[in-house]
Design a protein around this ligand. Structure first.
Ligand SMILES: *[C@@H]1O[C@H](CO)[C@@H](O)[C@H](O)[C@H]1NC(C)=O
Ligand SMILES: *[C@@H]1O[C@H](CO)[C@@H](O)[C@H](O)[C@H]1NC(C)=O
Ligand SMILES: *[C@@H]1O[C@H](CO)[C@@H](O)[C@H](O)[C@H]1NC(C)=O
Ligand SMILES: *[C@@H]1O[C@H](CO)[C@@H](O)[C@H](O)[C@H]1NC(C)=O
Length: 273
C-alpha cells in the first residue's frame, strides 16, 4: 500500500468510528426516552420488576419505577403526606381511587421519558409535563370527583404547606401537610374546574394534557396483557429523535445510519479497484 492508501484507510476508520459513536448516542437517547424513571424522592433509578405492587399499582409490576413499599403507602396515606381531605370532608372513595391510580402512574410508570422536564424543588429534580392522558380516563376521573370538595385548582402550587403532628405516614411525629390557601372557599370540583379537560390539566400544574388522539397514555389498564403505554411512548420517542436529527446533525435517527461494516467494505473495495 502506498502512503495515500494508508491515509485514506485511516480517514475511513475515523469516519466509521464517528458513525458508530453517533449510533451509540442515538440508542442511548432512545433508551433514556423509553426506559426512564424521573429523578425524584421516591423513584427507583431505573424501571424493573416488583413482586406485587399492591392493588391499583399492580399493572406496572413487570416494569416499575416504584417499589412495593411506595405502592402500599399510596393506598393507605400519601408518600408526600398530601391531604386529600383538605376541605374538612373525607374525599369520596370513588374519587379517591382515581387519585390513587394517578399517583400509581406518577410513581411507577416507566413511560414518561418524552415528557420529562427539569425542576428544582426539594423533593424532585425532574417532573413530567403535558403527558397526553386519554380523554376517557380524564372524563371518568372528573365525573367521579365532581361533587367532592376542594378550595383551589392548582394543587401543585397553591396550597399552604404547614407542619403538623396529625396523620403523618410511617409513624413520623411531625410532617408537612397541605392546607387551603387563606381567602379560599371550598366548592365542588365541578364549580372549581367546570370541565374535565380543565381539571386534568390544572390539578397537577400541567402534568397531564387532555388528549383525544389515539396515541394517548392510559391511567387504567390491565397489566396482565402488557402495558399499552409502551407503544405510545415509543411513538413519541421516535418522533423526538427524528426531529432532533433534522435540527442537529449529531443525532440522526438510527434507521438512517448506514451499516458501518457494509459501508466501509464497499468503499475499500472501490478504492482497491
Ligand atoms: C435550586 O434551588 C436552590 C434553592 O432555591 C438553589 O440554592 C439552587 O442553586 C438551585 N439549583 C439549581 C440547579 O438551579
Ligand atoms: C417544620 O418542621 C421542620 C422539621 O420537621 C423544621 O425544620 C421547621 O423549622 C418547622 N417549621 C416551622 C414553621 O415550624
Ligand atoms: C399553576 O399556578 C402557577 C402559579 O400561579 C402558574 O404559573 C401555573 O401556570 C398554573 N398552572 C396551570 C396549569 O394553570
Ligand atoms: C386482567 O385480565 C386477566 C385475563 O384476561 C383476568 O384474568 C384478570 O382478572 C384481569 N384483572 C383485572 C384486575 O381486571
Amino acid at each position: 500500500m502506498c502512503q495515500y492508501d494508508v491515509r485514506r484507510l485511516f480517514r475511513m476508520r475515523l469516519y466509521v468510528t464517528i458513525i458508530m459513536m453517533v449510533m451509540m448516542v442515538s440508542a442511548q437517547d432512545l433508551d433514556d426516552l423509553l426506559n426512564t424513571c424521573i429523578d425524584s424522592k421516591h423513584h427507583k433509578l431505573k424501571p424493573g420488576p416488583e413482586s406485587t405492587l399492591f392493588e391499583q399499582c399492580m399493572p406496572w409490576k413487570e416494569r416499575s419505577c416504584c417499589t412495593d413499599e411506595v405502592a402500599e403507602i399510596i393506598h393507605t396515606s400519601s408518600p408526600y403526606n398530601f391531604n386529600f381531605d383538605h376541605c374538612n370532608q373525607k374525599m369520596s372513595d370513588k374519587c379517591r381511587r382515581h387519585f390513587m391510580q394517578d399517583h400509581c402512574f406518577y410513581e411507577c410508570s416507566p413511560n414518561v421519558g418524552p415528557w420529562v422536564v427539569k425542576e428544582n424543588r426539594s423533593w424532585r429534580k425532574e417532573r413530567f409535563y403535558q403527558v397526553p392522558l386519554c380523554w376517557n380516563d380524564c372524563q371518568d376521573w372528573f365525573n367521579d370527583c365532581s361533587t367532592d370538595l376542594t378550595c383551589t385548582d392548582n394543587w401543585s402550587i397553591n396550597f399552604n404547606w404547614k407542619n403538623t403532628t396529625v396523620g403523618c405516614h410511617g409513624g413520623a411525629k411531625t410532617c408537612r401537610k397541605n392546607y387551603c390557601p387563606s381567602q379560599s372557599t371550598c366548592l365542588t370540583f365541578k364549580q372549581i374546574y367546570k370541565t374535565a379537560e380543565n381539571f386534568c390539566e390544572k390539578v397537577w400544574d400541567g402534568s397531564w394534557k387532555y388528549s383525544t388522539d389515539k396515541m394517548c397514555l392510559q391511567l387504567w389498564f390491565n397489566g396482565s396483557t402488557g402495558n399499552p403505554n409502551d407503544v405510545v411512548t415509543q411513538h413519541y420517542a421516535q418522533q423526538i429523535i427524528s426531529t432532533a436529527s433534522v435540527t442537529t446533525p449529531h443525532s440522526p435517527p438510527i434507521i438512517m445510519v448506514p451499516n458501518p461494516v457494509y459501508f466501509s467494505e464497499k468503499k475499500l473495495q472501490n478504492q482497491d479497484l
